[in-house]
Design a protein. Structure first.
Length: 98
């Protein structure tokens, strides 16, 4: 699903390596290894966790190379000025409300 979503984002002109951060979890270690390998080779940024989403157990996790590079680049970047929102917007299930 991550690879398909990244493909759609690339087609829309969004660079998923710098704009999207994924957190992928699987209970099967072989699936975790395959997920990490495919995400690393396609440039997906995120963390691949070997764990159980139902019991919230976590046995190991790996950071993809794109996520490590982005963390290093953005941690060295100068701080951007903060932009204050003039009017807070609350979202509901049925659309925007003021």
């Amino acid at each position: 699903m991550v690879l398909a979503a990244n493909s759609v984002l690339r087609d829309a002109g969004i660079d998923p390596a710098t704009e999207i951060y994924w957190h992928m979890v699987d209970v099967d270690f072989r699936a975790v290894c395959g997920c990490y390998l495919q995400c690393a080779l396609t440039g997906a940024a995120g963390v691949v966790t070997h764990g159980n989403t139902l019991s919230l157990d976590e046995w190991s996790h790996s950071i993809t190379p794109a996520a490590a590079v982005n963390w290093w680049l953005f941690s060295k970047a100068p701080e951007q000025p903060r932009v204050e929102i003039q009017k807070p917007v609350q979202l509901s299930l049925f659309g925007e409300t003021a």
